[in-house]
Design a protein around this ligand. Structure first.
Ligand SMILES: [Zn+2]
Length: 393
């Protein structure tokens, strides 16, 4: 190729005067570019077959240098997180969250995600030792408090970006600004709206309904096929109101032979999929819910039961009444279903969320439970409402 170019240049130089050189140079570049394309098509004709005229025209406009790259390099490589072990303890979640909330609006403010990611970058994601956790968090608080920038502080921490993205995917929708009704103690006007910054995610179990749980993530299950338990079981009474942990939209609703009556709720940023399963026989959900419905954190979405492990709809085939609560992370849509799913251990997280349980009340006519204190979530307001139903009255 180089020799051809050289000969061409010589020929053109011979026939064209030096005074025309600048004009000729441009024309020459075009000529060579055409040649390069011909060459490409001839040597790689197999790849060119089946291409539309439009595709060929688009390619013709490309710089020849671009075409010489291998085919794989033409598409940007997709790089996304493939696996997350969420080992953050309830203690660490609480410590990081309280600092985030209390420092909000000040120069010393650090997001809880950054505090946890900073700690994990040193411990490899191990949060077993509370003292170690505190040491790392205190270190970051001190540096930020002295006016140092986070980006500079973490620039040599190799794994900080990974943990920041991974923990951001888990916790990203749980803390922020919101408005909520609060009790006033005044009988004439028992509730008033309050603007807040803080935890806006709720426990999956309504306030006042007892439940038991232990860390059962990954233990084996045998119904259908041998597999690991990819969620967290919360054992309680039939009919216990089940609460939306985070605001989002209903992505799945109906019968599944493993989960029984189940609801899948996707966060608005699409990174989290919440799975609530084994809901009550006969009356599993809030009846207005449809696929696409928007729900707010703290809303009653359904009721605890023991349906599932059957291909027949509305069958109770689970021994112990419980909510199966699962949380899946999705960095790329290819991870939603199949062999690349990422489910995290929610035991510590649900224990942390216990501090924010939704108050509910029963309507004696409909026998339905509803939240008592309404909330306004900016993330839900920002979401383009595709739903034909809103939990707001
Ligand atoms: Zn379960």
């Amino acid at each position: 190729m180089k020799r051809v170019i050289f000969v061409n240049i010589l020929i053109l130089l011979t026939f064209a005067g030096i005074s025309y050189w600048s004009e000729e140079k441009e024309r020459l570049r075009e000529t060579l570019s055409e040649r390069a394309k011909e060459q490409e098509v001839l040597t790689d004709s197999g790849r060119e077959q089946g291409k539309s005229t439009q595709e060929e025209e688009e390619e013709a406009q490309m710089d020849p240098k671009e075409e010489e790259k291998p085919a794989e390099a033409e598409e940007p490589k997709k790089d996304y997180i493939k696996w997350v072990d969420f080992g953050v303890s309830k203690f660490a979640l609480a410590e990081a969250y309280e600092y985030d909330r209390d420092s909000y609006g000040t120069k010393a403010h650090i997001s809880w995600i950054d505090l946890l990611a900073y700690t994990a970058a040193y411990t490899g994601g191990d949060f077993h030792n509370n003292q170690t956790v505190c040491q790392h968090m205190d270190q970051l608080k001190e540096m930020i408090g002295q006016g140092e920038e986070l980006s500079k502080v973490v620039k040599d921490l190799e794994y900080f970006p990974y943990y920041q993205e991974a923990y951001g995917a888990v916790l990203g929708g749980m803390v922020g600004e919101y408005e909520i009704e609060v009790p006033t103690g005044d009988k004439k006007k028992p509730k008033t709206w309050e603007k807040r910054y803080g935890l806006k995610a709720f426990s999956p179990i309504a306030r006042g309904f007892p439940y038991n749980d232990y860390d059962d993530f990954g233990s084996s299950r045998s119904y259908g096929y041998k597999r690991n338990h990819l969620g967290h079981d919360m054992l309680g009474q039939i009919g216990t109101p089940i609460i939306a942990v985070e605001s989002g939209y209903v992505e799945a609703l109906g019968w599944n032979q493993y989960g029984g009556w189940r609801i899948g709720i996707r966060s608005f940023d699409k990174k989290r999929y919440y799975y609530y399963a084994h809901l009550r026989q006969g009356f599993p959900y809030q009846p207005e819910l449809r696929e696409g419905s928007v729900v707010l954190a703290g809303d009653v979405i359904g009721y605890m039961g023991h349906t599932g492990y059957s291909t027949t709809e509305d069958t109770n085939n689970i021994d112990e009444t419980h909510l199966h609560f699962g949380m899946q992370l999705i960095f790329d849509e290819s991870q939603k279903d199949g062999d690349n799913e990422i489910w995290i251990d929610c035991y510590q997280l649900t224990n942390f969320l216990y501090r924010n349980q939704s108050e509910t009340a029963r309507n004696d006519d409909t026998k339905e439970w509803r939240r008592v204190y309404l909330m306004k979530d900016p993330s839900a307001e920002a979401y383009e409402r595709t739903a034909d139903y809103s939990m707001y009255p």
